[in-house]
Design a protein around this ligand. Structure first.
Ligand SMILES: CC(C)(COP(=O)(O)OP(=O)(O)OC[C@H]1O[C@@H](n2cnc3c(N)ncnc32)[C@H](O)[C@@H]1OP(=O)(O)O)[C@@H](O)C(=O)NCCC(=O)NCCS
Length: 171
């Protein structure tokens, strides 16, 4: 079951926190080392680290798509609706996906794809964007399959040979 929640309901908050704790080190850089869900730059000194709890608190201000099985959330996508995004001189107003994770045991079954489709269905007429790192092959494969296009690339921003890449899908 896939749900759209403008505000993450209490009954799913522990599930989402658990998924975040289990997966945060898969991200480059880890989510606990970021200063916000929309951090401007990944190069240079790590400033103002808020830790994972700080990242989670920011996510709670955002909207959610949940994948639910047997009354438990096993994946989520968080997004900022109608966000003003600046990327390498380009500017977009879009629904901006800040975080997407599917729990380990449930990957490779099309769940992330279905969460994106649930987002598109519930936010008809909107443009969408997200960013990731260039070696996140499964996410990039999925984004291209769903019609997202690469609109900005910041070379080596996440480490040597690991670029920040922005993907956009127009209305
Ligand atoms: C990225 C993520 C959300 C994908 O979730 P998922 O439910 O497994 O994704 P789906 O099953 O919908 O689709 C994955 C697609 O990537 C493909 N894929 C998997 N590994 C791949 C790889 N190494 N290279 C290319 N494609 C790959 C799968 O075959 C599938 O495509 P297909 O449907 O055409 O066969 C999940 O891997 C995850 O939670 N990763 C950790 C967190 C993360 O990286 N989030 C994104 C950060 S921006």
């Amino acid at each position: 079951m896939f749900l759209y929640q403008k505000k993450l309901q209490k009954e799913y908050q522990d599930d989402i926190w658990g998924i975040l704790c289990m997966s945060e080190k898969e991200f480059i850089p880890p989510l606990s080392e970021r200063d916000s869900t929309t951090q401007q730059s990944f190069s240079g000194e790590k400033a103002n680290k808020r830790g994972l709890a700080g990242y989670y608190q920011q996510m709670l201000q955002q909207e959610f798509i949940l994948a639910v099985e047997e009354e438990k959330a096993i994946g989520f996508l968080s997004f900022i609706p109608d966000h003003f995004l600046k990327a390498e001189g380009n500017e977009f107003v879009c629904d901006y996906v800040t975080t997407i994770v599917v729990s380990h045991g449930f990957r490779g079954r099309g769940i992330a794809g279905k969460m994106y489709h649930t987002l598109f269905e519930n936010r008809k007429g909107k443009s969408f964007a997200t960013r990731t790192w260039s070696t996140n092959y499964s996410h990039i494969h999925l984004l291209k399959k769903m019609g997202f296009e690469l609109v900005a690339l910041l070379p080596d921003e996440r480490g040597v040979g690991i670029d920040t890449v922005y993907y956009f899908k127009g209305a």
